[in-house]
Write a protein that binds this ligand. Structure first.
Ligand SMILES: *Cc1c(COP(=O)(O)O)cnc(C)c1O
Length: 397
């Protein structure tokens, strides 16, 4: 029997089968190659490895078998031609941005971003002569105005963290391409299951694999995916090889195991998130629920179209009593843990204003809707009944 071409297989099958290369021992699970270097049978063999005539693994900063299995599996799942794994999600974002721009270039970005992504754009890249313009990403006329002038790169995150805004990726990508910009989509909150940015016009997709791809709070990891391997190599590929934010083989193995259960976990978390969002929406203590799966969400119709009919595994909500009520509710939770992480099997709650986004200026937080009454909930794999009971008793006070 020959192994089927991954392109002919369903996403469910690709997440389990794509990319595996068995050693001569024919192990069932993927092997972990925990080595830093490689040996050659002759000086000529080493020369051929370096002049490109006989490509092979030469050093684990540049590539290694377990990491390559993870890259090939995620690429097959995403429908991308190439994947570069990185040590964390931020290493992926940093390489994708820094690898693509030079002094004098212009970036246009959604203003609501994961804090460290916002820091790279607001505080870091401007030091090197890159200009960055932020827009209200749900307002297409704002993108239109910003992209009326040429740009090098557009970055967006959808749904956004923690305000759960859904951005029309296809519409923004069309405007970006007309302005000469490459489009980078941070797809963390949607996961590879719910949203397929390449089909919507993205040039690069970045992940923090730390989140739902691992999904069990075990390790950090990240990835950049692309459909133009040559361009990828000339831009962020060469940057990654020489600067070294390499994923460890052990973490790559953990993430390979994560991909195998990703679909089941995400489906379960999304169904629970919908039930929890509806419950919170019915509670008098709750001022508003930000969840794309609710009909009341301003981009509900877009979310259903763009995210495979699901609101996703993350939600946020605001308490009528402000910060004091939010803290009191969080402190009363018995099951849901207070944590700034997300995408774990354990449900986690955070107060973004005083934790994940505390380092950002207050004016910027408020502009992005990160108010003191807001909490963010990452739905895990516990039963919906138990999570709702925990939130219910915490709101009862
Ligand atoms: C967590 C996260 C990142 C950063 O990933 P790390 O693995 O923590 O470095 C980037 N973007 C989003 C949307 C995230 O949630």
């Amino acid at each position: 029997m020959t192994t089927p071409d991954p392109e002919t297989l369903d996403l469910s099958t690709r997440l389990i089968r794509a990319g595996q290369v068995r050693s001569p021992h024919k192990e069932t699970a993927e092997a972990i190659y925990m080595n830093s270097g490689y040996v050659y049978d002759s000086a000529e063999e080493a020369e051929a490895a370096f002049d490109g005539s006989a490509p092979r693994f030469v050093y684990s900063r540049v590539g290694s078998p377990t990491v390559k299995m993870f890259e090939d599996r995620l690429a097959a799942a995403e429908g991308a031609r190439i994947c570069h794994a990185t040590a964390s999600g931020m290493a992926a974002v940093q390489a994708a941005l820094t690898g693509l721009v030079k002094a004098g270039d212009r970036i246009v970005s959604g203003r609501a971003l994961f804090t460290s992504c916002r820091w790279i754009l607001s505080d870091f890249l401007p030091r090197f002569g890159v200009t960055v313009e932020f827009v209200d990403a749900v307002d297409l006329s704002a993108w239109e105005a910003a992209l009326a002038r040429p740009a090098t790169l557009v970055l967006l995150e959808s749904p956004t963290n923690p305000t759960m805004e859904v951005i029309d990726i296809a519409a923004v990508a069309a405007l970006a391409h007309a302005a000469g910009a490459k489009v980078v989509v941070d797809n963390v909150f949607a996961t590879p299951l719910l949203q397929h940015p390449f089909e919507l016009g993205a040039d690069l997709v970045v992940y923090s694999a730390t989140k739902h791809i691992d999904g069990q709070g075990r390790c950090l990891g990240g990835a950049i995916l692309c459909n133009d391997p040559e361009w990828a190599e000339q831009t962020y590929g060469v940057f990654l090889r020489h600067t070294g934010p390499t994923l460890s083989p052990f973490n790559a193995w953990t993430l390979l195991k994560g991909l195998e259960t990703l679909e089941l976990r995400v489906e379960r978390a999304c169904a629970t998130a919908q039930a929890v969002a509806e419950f919170l929406d019915s509670r008098p203590e709750v001022a508003r629920v930000l969840y794309p799966g609710l009909k009341s969400h301003p981009q509900h119709a877009l979310a259903m179209r763009q995210m495979n009919g699901s609101g996703g595994p993350m939600l946020s909500f605001a308490l009528k009593g402000g910060k004091a009520a939010a803290f009191a509710m969080m402190n009363r939770l018995g099951l849901i843990d207070i944590s700034n992480n997300l995408g774990d099997a354990k449900s986690l709650i955070a107060h973004p204003c005083t934790s994940t986004h505390q380092s950002r200026p207050e004016a910027e937080r408020l502009e992005c809707g990160i108010t003191p009454d807001l909490v963010r909930l990452s739905i895990g794999l516990e039963s919906a009944k138990d999570l709702i009971a925990d939130l219910g008793q915490a709101l009862d006070g």
